[in-house]
Design a protein around this ligand. Structure first.
Ligand SMILES: [Zn+2]
Length: 401
């Protein structure tokens, strides 16, 4: 088994079955580009209009795709256009992000629109406490969904670090202090739904590929800044997962001072200088104020305090160099800089752009840098997008069907 497993449950979600590769491609195109006509779909996925119609017919019949017959009125005479779109409420998913000290969950539609959000504190980061919290959060979201809870097709759980999605194992998560945790198996004992475990940044990249900046470009990357620093890469039509499950770990590029020790145990990592924890530690050390909060450090920097400003400048320079390395290696059309650290992006921006300009090689510098603040809920939505993609792809009857 090499693919993440999501099997259908004996619920409303069961009737969703994409039985051929063509129907997977057609449904995916409608999901990511709808409302869209059959000609547009056929052109995009390389099928005749008749083949598109054949693939779409059962999806319309079973209520997963809506055909907007009304919009043909008023159009020019000739070939009628019936735009197709996915019925958002036809299938639902739950996405959960595991953070140190907290789990955050969202219930979303098939089109990744958030319906309900739930947060739960975790006393410690022990595996047992997190499993308990994810189970409780799932029940809370199912209750919030009420009678629609039987439409939930699966749960995506995202965790930072080295995650073996195919086997549902968190191999190494320094932020949580976890190694070799069989998270999917543990959750399956508590939750009666298909479960997908994924790396958090990879999940966020899937959300952007299907529902965000990646919809109409052939390559993009996202760089996340905040408590951790990472990147997700979309290339040649798919999110890069890495042959061994690791890819895009710009937080562990050795671009910072060798004197700094990273949470991963290595020296000189980008994260050791530029994660929010590393910045706070530097400001505390250089101001001699050991009890400073992150918000106070941000306020000091905004007020022009030299020690605080220096810490954010150094972080911005290292992040900009890492983003340039990403552009030089992959050459994406767009790099989306996001993460909770982007809330205070003004403190980094100049140094990030300077370092990027200094290190981006040749035409790689044409890469568009876009910034967007996001919340922890967006991470949970990423986990939801990851399971949406798995539901769509795994519905192909390749195993035991
Ligand atoms: Zn590291």
């Amino acid at each position: 088994m090499t693919e993440p497993t999501v099997e259908t449950e004996p619920t409303a979600a069961r009737s969703f079955a994409l039985r051929t590769r063509a129907s997977v491609d057609v449904f995916t195109r409608i999901l990511t580009h709808g409302p869209i006509g059959r000609i547009g779909i056929g052109r995009a996925v390389g099928l005749s209009q008749a083949a598109v119609t054949k693939a779409v017919a059962p999806l319309i019949r079973d209520g997963f795709v809506h055909e907007d017959i009304a919009t043909q009125r008023g159009l020019a005479p000739g070939r009628p256009v019936y735009p197709l779109s996915v019925v958002p409420m036809s299938l639902l998913v739950i996405g959960v992000k595991v953070n140190p000290g907290e789990v955050i969950g969202v219930a979303t539609t098939m089109t990744a629109d958030v319906l309900h959000t739930a947060h739960r504190a975790v006393v410690d980061n022990s595996v047992a406490a997190v499993v308990e919290a994810v189970a409780a959060l799932t029940v809370e979201l199912q209750v919030a969904l009420g009678t629609q809870a039987d439409r939930v097709a699966g749960i995506g759980v995202s965790v930072s670090g080295d995650v073996d999605s195919a086997n549902g194992v968190v191999r190494d998560s320094p932020l949580l202090g976890w190694e070799g945790v069989r998270l999917r198996a543990l959750l399956e004992d508590r939750i009666d739904l298909p479960i997908l475990i994924d790396n958090d940044v990879r999940a966020l990249t899937i959300a952007e590929q299907w529902f965000g900046v990646g919809v109409d470009v052939d390559s993009f990357a996202i760089a996340t800044i905040g408590s951790g620093i990472g990147s997700g890469i979309y290339l040649n039509g798919d999110v890069v997962a890495g042959s061994h499950g690791v890819a895009g770990e710009i937080g562990h590029l050795p671009l910072a001072s060798e004197d700094l020790i990273c949470t991963c145990g290595r020296r000189g990592c980008v994260e050791a200088e530029a994660s929010s924890g590393a910045i706070l530690a530097a400001v505390r050390r250089d101001t001699g104020l050991p009890d400073l909060t992150m918000q106070q450090a941000v306020d000091l920097a905004h007020g022009g305090d030299p020690a605080a400003t220096r810490a954010f400048d150094r972080a911005g320079t290292v992040i900009g160099s890492a983003i340039a390395a990403l552009a030089n290696l992959v050459g994406p059309a767009i790099i989306l800089v996001t993460g909770e650290g982007v809330v205070d992006y003004d403190l980094f921006e100049r140094r990030i752009r300077e370092a990027f300009a200094a290190h981006a090689f040749g035409a790689a510098a044409r890469c568009l840098i876009v910034t967007r603040a996001h919340t922890f809920d967006d991470w949970a939505r990423g986990a939801a997008a990851s399971v949406i993609r798995a539901v769509v792809r795994q519905a192909v009857p390749v195993r035991n069907r």
